[in-house]
Write a protein that binds this ligand. Sequence first.
Ligand code: MN
Length: 234
Amino acid sequence: MHQHLPCHHHTGRRLSPAIAMLLLLLCLGCTPDVSTPVVILAPLPYGIDALAPTISPRTMALHYQKHHAGYVVRANALIEESRFKGKKIEKILVATRGKKKFEDIFNNTAQAWNHDFFWRCLTPTKNKRPTGPLALAINEEFGGWQNFRNAFILTATTHFGSGWAWLVSDKGSLRILATSNADTPLAMGLTPLFALDLWEHAYYLDVQNRRKAYVEGVFDTLADWKAVEARYQP
Ligand code: MN
């Protein structure tokens, strides 16, 4: 009984087994890597214009789509070529922090994480101050909300150069600190509760050199204290 091979009948050409094997090997070699990248650019939890006027849509668009997205792309490219491929972000940050040869990996990965965290510290919904265990801890550590606010704003406004202002939990104790450039408390064994981006790209289009106006605006009108409270374990 005669059977036609459907694909090759009309052309009269057939792949030799050796060529077929070669093509198969080439295909296996170029199969796209379907593993999830280590660093993800998560969608913003609100619209690009939701934080105006404190943070303008123009600043948000540049900040998220250019700065943050750029760190994510660069971090993944560097991690892919390194011994940290497939590792969790926190592990990578702890392992690379303060090491000259891993400076690029640390800086880009930390900035990617810091920005993702920062967006999740903000909300367009006017948020009441904390009321639960976080409120108690703030009263205990700082002597009330006004003192806490003053201390945070002082740290954020007096930090020299680029960096971040943070509220962190050190095994339940609250601390305010600032870090330079990409540095992050996540790599220091601390639990970040709230972050404020102090890089000029975060505010220069909106308030130019008046960092204090930006710091106060975010603290008073955009900080998501509910999210901060949810992160706090006394
Ligand atoms: Mn930034």
